[in-house]
Design a protein around this ligand. Structure first.
Ligand code: PEP
Ligand code: MG
Length: 845
């Protein structure tokens, strides 16, 4: 016999479900339960369980108390209409909660003023055969008071009957608030009138329409495209009735948003591009390309919907997986190191026993191999996309890539070859890694994407193949006609549309000049970088893995100016041990062969979540617990990292720096911890630096410099926080510019503050890899530049032709103008003069 006690989730007035002024709840269409008219502003858990649904409008939370036992708390009536106003969920799906834990905060005044009732039904939507026995009388209750008990015999989970759909309807959901609790209850009620089972599929996930609770977890929204799948004697009739009912809007219809057309060429609502237009994007792979617009046609094999029996579908899947693995092994043996790394990650997915078992389970429920694989991969991709860190979201493309590749294997066909014209610049909404890997780089000279992110695998492959690429160019890109002449300046973050013959000629000449300069820079990459008037600038490299270290040394890096230690901490279930960390740091130090190594302490949290750091959901992760704030809150992690670093890196090479410092006391806390660990281990205290990534740190640089050994400016974050533009948000990607005078003035202020205490300043953010920024940074007082490994030769070569005097004059000029555009024009002028003089000198020798 099972007994699950339920306690009151709200302070308020308890009443019977019949008293709820809504026939769906009062008629128990969603299940049995009680209701509370709340007086307190926080909804608590009525029992221990797992959060399985939080409605996007924040007004409803579902807890799973035991397998097959779900309880829905629906705050107020018609509250879905508020679209989230007045509700602040305190938990997210997947959280484990204890009875009494807070789940949701409600602004009672705001919500109460806008809806007809705040009364909150507490409904057992799935009972697994348990019966709800109320144990409290109507009247006042406090959070934690006993409400009732779910009792019954332990029921083995119902075996899911094999489901072999014989009919289907695809439709878009016109209900303004999607399929929320009441429409789900009504649809389930209608379905009971037919001899049919119906499941609702939304791309990647499925739920039984008979279970409002499962439907709520599916979270179907306004405008979503869903497929109703039915089996049973009245499958067709049931689908006709249900599809008609949904299409009618069920009294909540609203105009449907435009659907993204399959063929990206047909985008009617955006202003078409015209000759002379320029689109701004974000650099994904540097370089300059001159060529013509070209599109890949999306090709997809036919996917068998009708399953041919469980055993034969599972065998088809296994055979296709084996064939794809073999094909990818072959590709890996011929690919570049970056392609090999990505293919290894893809092979890992193909060998993932959980992924394969989950797909087999879908086949066992009656679906075909192709549909099962598609649903499983799309579900996994959706889970990745839901992560706030764009780097996780970008990995979703890898799964979708594999999804399609396996469909071709299942169909026993090759995707059609698509021949690019000469000098093609590939235009796409989004691309898959395999599509970029398969491009013919002798014909495709550039890539321009409407969407995408600069840290995706697409970006990495494009860079490794030397194809300049811009992402986040926006929907207007898709209005381009094939064959249009283009200049893609990835470094300048510009795509120029039909700019006219003189500009095309100039860009071609510039491209040839760049190629020659790059070759020359590489030839002298191992010489030191001393300015034309003698000033020494250290050119280091940023590293994110052991592989980067040897690459950086080969490119002439004089050390590592930023080791992003997060690479060890992300994508795993537990924090790496001290020994594991020490091993990795030691390997990197060894690869640097005695060159200085600046290890950045863990920069995690906020938008770089780690599952073993339970940080509550934050409204503004970039302004929340991240960087040094996490390390100071989790001293166990900080101390283990400090010990690992001190143990692994020879003391002469080692420098340590702390990320996201905003206050002097944070630096003091790190120094105290480091000193204590160094003393305990009997090692020398290494130089300790501060990363200047917040405007506060820049403004307080003198106070920080008094207590640290060096400062290193993280221009990526400094730009985001100075301009108040999220660096991971494609909507503002075009506006984020580290050359904005506001950022440059703060860099100048940092250098001046450090100079007052005789401390050196480096730059380890993206500006150190931007050739336009280099003279300005040096002019502002920066003496160390830590660039992307591939950019080290060109940064060094540029430093050698500059003079400190010219850089200082330029820095003064750029700090006096009011836009990044003016800054670019000024520095462009200086670089042209320098190149001209160098060319004359070179010719005279
Ligand atoms: C920066 O913010 O510039 C920086 C170097 O740190 P990250 O890019 O790792 O946040
Ligand atoms: Mg940073």
């Amino acid at each position: 016999m099972i007994q699950i006690p339920l306690v009151a989730p709200f302070d308020g007035w308890l009443c019977a479900l019949e008293e709820v002024p809504d026939p769906v709840f009062a008629g128990r269409l969603l299940g049995d339960g009680l209701a509370i008219d709340p007086l307190g502003d926080t909804l608590h858990a009525p029992a221990a369980g797992e959060v399985v649904a939080v409605h996007e409008a924040g007004h409803a939370v579902t807890l799973r108390l035991a397998p097959g036992v779900d309880v829905l708390m629906h705050v107020g009536l018609d509250t879905v209409r508020l679209g989230g106003q007045g509700f602040a969920p305190l938990v997210s799906v997947g959280a484990q909660v204890a009875a009494g834990d807070p789940l949701l905060r409600v602004d009672l005044a705001l919500v109460g003023g806008r809806v007809k009732s705040l009364v909150t039904p507490i409904i057992v939507t799935e009972s697994a055969g348990l019966v709800f026995e109320p144990r409290a009388a109507a009247g006042p209750v406090r959070v934690g008071d006993a409400l009732g008990v779910l009792v019954g015999a332990a029921q083995a989970g119902e075996a899911t009957a094999a489901f072999s759909p014989t009919a289907q309807r695809v439709l878009r959901v016109p209900l303004a608030h999607g399929l929320h609790a009441r429409p789900c209850a009504r649809l389930a009620q209608v379905l009971r009138g037919f001899a049919a089972q119906v499941r609702v599929a939304r791309g990647d996930e499925q739920a039984s329409l008979a279970s409002p609770s499962a439907m709520l977890r599916l979270a179907v929204r306004h405008g979503d495209t869903i497929t109703l799948l039915a089996s049973g004697g009245q499958a067709e009739e049931a689908l006709d009735a249900l599809a008609d009912l949904i299409a009618s809007g069920m009294g909540e219809g609203a105009p449907l948003p435009e659907e993204t057309p399959e063929v990206i060429a047909e985008q009617p609502s955006v202003l078409p591009l015209e000759p002379g237009d320029v689109l701004s994007g974000v650099t994904a792979a540097p370089g300059l390309a001159v060529g013509q617009a070209w599109r890949l046609a999306r090709a997809e094999p036919e996917i068998l919907v009708q399953a041919g029996g469980i055993a034969s579908e599972q065998a088809r899947l296994d055979a296709a997986l084996a064939a794809l693995r073999q094909q990818m092994d072959g590709e890996a043996s011929q690919g570049t190191p970056a392609q090999q790394a990505i293919l290894a990650a893809h092979l890992g997915f193909l060998e993932d026993p959980e992924l394969i078992a989950a797909t087999h389970a879908r086949i066992a429920s009656g679906l075909s191999a192709g549909i099962s694989w598609r649903q499983e991969l799309q579900a996994q991709a959706a889970a990745l996309r839901a992560q706030s860190d764009p780097r996780f979201a970008e990995r979703a493309d890898d799964l979708l890539d594999l999804e399609l590749r396996l469909q071709w294997q299942l169909a026993g066909q090759e995707p059609p070859a698509q021949e690019a014209p000469e000098n093609a610049i590939l235009i796409a909404e989004d691309l898959l890694p395999s599509q970029v890997a398969a491009l013919d780089a002798s014909r495709v000279v550039g890539i321009a994407m409407a969407r995408g992110g600069p840290t995706s695998h697409v970006a990495i492959i494009a860079a490794s193949r030397g194809i300049p690429a811009l992402v986040a160019l926006g929907e207007r890109l898709l209005t381009l006609a094939a064959g249009e002449a283009l200049v893609l300046d990835a470094g300048g973050e510009r795509l120029e549309i039909a700019p006219g013959t003189p500009r095309l000629e100039q860009a071609r000449a510039e491209k040839a000049g760049r190629a020659a300069r790059r070759a020359a820079a590489l030839a002298s990459a191992h010489q030191e970088a001393r300015m034309a008037d003698g000033e020494r600038i250290e050119v280091f490299a940023n590293l994110g893995s052991l592989g980067d270290a040897s690459k950086a040394v080969a490119q002439g890096a004089e050390g590592c100016g930023l080791l992003r230690t997060e690479f060890l901490f992300l994508n795993r279930a537990t924090a790496p041990s001290e020994a594991e960390q020490a091993e990795d740091y030691a390997a990197i130090a060894k690869a640097l062969e005695g060159r200085p190594l600046i290890v950045r302490l863990l920069d995690i949290g906020g938008d770089k979540p780690a599952p073993y750091l339970p940080i509550a959901p934050e409204e503004n992760p970039a302004l929340g617990l991240r960087g040094i704030r996490v390390a100071l809150a989790r001293r166990d992690i900080l101390l283990a990292q400090l010990r690992a670093i001190l143990r692994a890196v020879p003391s002469g090479d080692l420098r340590i720096m702390a990320p996201m410092i905003a206050r002097v006391d944070e630096l003091q806390a790190v120094r105290t911890a480091l000193q204590a660990e160094a003393e305990a281990m009997g090692t020398a205290m290494p130089p300790l630096g501060v990363m200047v990534e917040t405007p506060a740190a820049a403004v307080m640089a003198d106070a920080l410099a008094a207590q640290c050994d060096f400062l290193s400016i993280g221009t990526n974050d400094l730009t985001q926080y100075t301009l108040a533009m999220d660096r991971g948000n494609p909507a503002v990607a075009g506006g984020i510019d580290g050359l904005d005078p506001a950022v440059l003035r703060l860099i100048g202020q940092t250098c001046a503050g450090a100079a007052r205490h005789g401390k050196w300043v480096g730059v380890c953010g993206g500006l150190a890899s931007d050739l336009l920024a280099v003279p300005i940074l040096i002019g502002l007082g920066v003496s160390e530049l830590s660039a992307a490994p591939a950019m080290v030769p060109e940064v060094k070569a540029l430093v050698r032709v500059l003079t400190l005097e010219a850089c200082k004059a330029l820095a003064a000029e750029v700090c006096a103008v009011s836009s990044a555009k003016e800054v670019r024009a000024l520095v462009g002028g200086l670089l042209m003069r320098v190149q001209h003089e160098t060319a004359i000198e070179g010719a005279g020798q």
